[in-house]
Design a protein around this ligand. Structure first.
Ligand SMILES: N[C@@H](CCC(=O)N[C@@H](CS)C(=O)NCC(=O)O)C(=O)O
Length: 219
């Protein structure tokens, strides 16, 4: 049976943001399965996410946003679910079984817990106003540091990548979170297993291509 051609795909992404994970997934689909995608770079530091053209795509002014045909899909977890469901052979998550359930659990923890704790550290004034920003940042630094410790334990127990010898969406998320840790002044030498894993990730074709395209370096 012929499979219907998937609709056109366009990713709106911001350099060094969580959209890195979707960007990696699409690049892998392009390289391994020949899936075409277009992309639009949105620089948050230049407030391009508030430009009328992007607000028309995503009124919540957030990347990643994946335009599937003429329909925008937001939320990283939903975008990864769509890509994984549409192109299961790419194995953006491990195949069905206990390892997949654990990978989804880790992915959702990174997305719903670790990522927001970093947002509080990066932009504390949004959560505490001017008066409360310092205490929001202090609490967030502690929470984010604890999460980095947990990620280090996961990486130390990993075979090569977190779920085998191929990187998946969770490894990509770990890359960008470690990148944020460096930007927020954490000494990355505290996390040698995580650094080793993200270096292996960077050495892969799709991983390395997106790190380079987004202009990221671990500080
Ligand atoms: N829950 C959303 C979070 C997305 C998110 O926080 N995106 C950030 C970049 S990492 C962003 O676009 N921030 C700009 C803004 O919120 O105005 C998801 O998982 O997609």
């Amino acid at each position: 049976m012929l499979r219907a051609a998937p609709p056109s795909l366009r990713l709106y992404w911001g350099p060094g943001t969580c959209s890195f994970v979707a960007h990696f997934a699409l690049e892998r689909l392009r390289r391994e399965l020949g899936v075409a995608y277009d992309d639009t770079r949105i620089v948050l530091a230049q407030r391009e996410h508030f430009a009328p053209e992007f607000l028309a795509v995503n009124p919540r002014h957030q990347v990643p946003t994946l335009m599937i045909g003429t329909t925008p899909l937001t939320q990283l977890a939903a975008i990864l679910h769509y890509l994984d469901h549409t192109f299961p052979e790419a194995q953006l998550f491990p195949p069905p079984g206990p390892m997949r359930w654990q990978a989804l659990s880790t992915f959702l923890w990174l997305n719903t817990t670790v990522h927001p704790s970093h947002t509080r550290l990066f932009r504390p004034e949004r959560f505490g106003g001017e008066a409360g920003a310092a205490s929001v940042a202090e609490i967030a630094r502690t929470t984010f540091a604890a999460a980095l410790g947990e990620i280090e334990t996961l990486c130390a127990g990993a075979p090569h990548f977190l779920h085998g010898d191929r990187p998946d969406a969770v490894d990509a998320y770990v890359f960008v979170i470690l990148h944020w840790a460096g930007l927020r002044g954490f000494d990355l030498q505290q996390f040698p297993a995580t650094v080793a894993l993200v270096e292996r990730f960077r050495a892969t074709e799709a991983g390395g291509a997106i790190v380079e395209k987004e202009g990221l370096a671990l500080s």
